[in-house]
Design a protein around this ligand. Sequence first.
Ligand SMILES: [Zn+2]
Length: 92
Amino acid sequence: MMLRAMDRTMTCAEFQETLPELFEAHSDFSSNEHLRSCENCAALVRDLEYIAAQARLLLPIHDPSPAVWEHIQKAIRQDREPGASSASVGRK
Ligand SMILES: [Zn+2]
């Protein structure tokens, strides 16, 4: 039987708040439940993995600097901006 605590569906906002931790822990995103059901966040993670890879090329160190996370979090915020379009990706 599934654990109820784990079974609760994460919102995109909740998931994205955990992203820096997941990246720092080198989590396996392919096994993430939210990503399996949410194409928006799956695309976001792909973008962030690309950004992180680029950052690693620029900064050949193991620990991402605060500036890197600032950049990533800025990218997340931009991604979540409603924008000029009226198309809003609502919740289920
Ligand atoms: Zn999501």
